[in-house]
Design a binder for this molecule. Structure first.
Ligand code: ZN
Length: 262
């Protein structure tokens, strides 16, 4: 995505949509989907006219999760589960490419995206993405905490090394997804923050991006509180955990260079 005035948001002047693929004994698990193949051919209908004008997603079907998986020899049916950090179009816009997958999301997020009672929610959530009637799996925190955070553990069908970590604020039921890859944890934080420097301190990272996120947040105070907890976590675990967000291209490139990224 090439947002207007993008160079105020990060050095590249663009946002990626960071999708994680986990190869597990239960099949492939996707964390977020970004925009899908059909969305690429009708961006305004699958996102919104405002989103297209301001965030400027680039239509390139080869970049979709489905086409990238196919290029590696997989098919849509190999994806058994999709875990969504939240239901904004740039995260859930590809679930229709994987109609056989169970779609996991926090119950709070599903409720607010289904009812779309405010103008803001009608703008951010597009029911076209789930018009195919996916099998939803709705979750609430349960089980042992994870590094002090509430968590959803031992989800039926999901490998035990994958868990949901609620991080509301950007949206009502936004969550992170933690994956134990053996030698360390990956924590995909969705839109809990958007630039790696934000983990360094409350006044770190590009100012315009911080203001943008405050303006976009469903609950600013909650978002800030969760970001503070993520900073504390990052400071305490160091290299033992990769904490990353959906839209930082530098983080994506760094992680792609690691062996667990394949
Ligand atoms: Zn996003």
């Amino acid at each position: 995505m090439c947002p207007l005035a993008g160079r105020l948001f990060n050095r590249r002047g663009r946002f990626c949509c960071h999708v994680l693929v986990v190869e597990s004994e239960q099949g492939l698990v996707l964390v977020d989907t970004a925009l899908g193949v059909e969305a690429m051919s009708a961006l305004a209908a699958w996102t919104s006219a405002t989103f297209v004008r301001l965030v400027r997603p680039q239509a390139d079907p080869a970049k979709t999760a489905l086409r990238q998986l196919e290029a590696r020899g997989f098919s849509a049916r190999d994806v058994r589960h999709i875990l969504l950090t939240h239901l904004d179009t740039d995260h859930a816009g590809g679930i229709a490419d994987f109609p056989a997958a169970e779609v996991h999301v926090l119950a709070d997020e599903h409720a607010v995206a289904s009812s779309r009672t405010t103008m803001r929610d009608r703008e951010r959530y597009n029911p076209r993405h789930w018009a195919h009637g996916p099998t939803w799996r709705l979750h609430r925190p349960r089980g042992e905490r994870w590094y002090g955070f509430e968590a959803v553990r031992d989800v039926p069908g999901l490998p035990p090394e994958v868990l949901l970590v609620p991080l509301p604020g950007h949206s009502r039921g936004q969550c992170g997804v933690a994956v134990d890859v053996g030698n360390r944890w990956l924590l995909h934080c969705g839109d809990a923050f958007m630039h790696h420097e934000e983990l360094l301190g409350p006044s770190a990272g590009p100012l315009a991006l911080r203001l943008f996120q405050q303006a976009e947040a469903d609950d600013r105070a909650l978002r800030e509180a969760n970001l503070t907890r993520l900073r504390d976590l990052a400071a305490s675990v160091g290299e033992g955990m990769a904490i990353f967000c959906a839209h930082d291209p530098e983080q994506l490139e760094r992680l792609q260079a690691r062996p667990e990224a394949g």
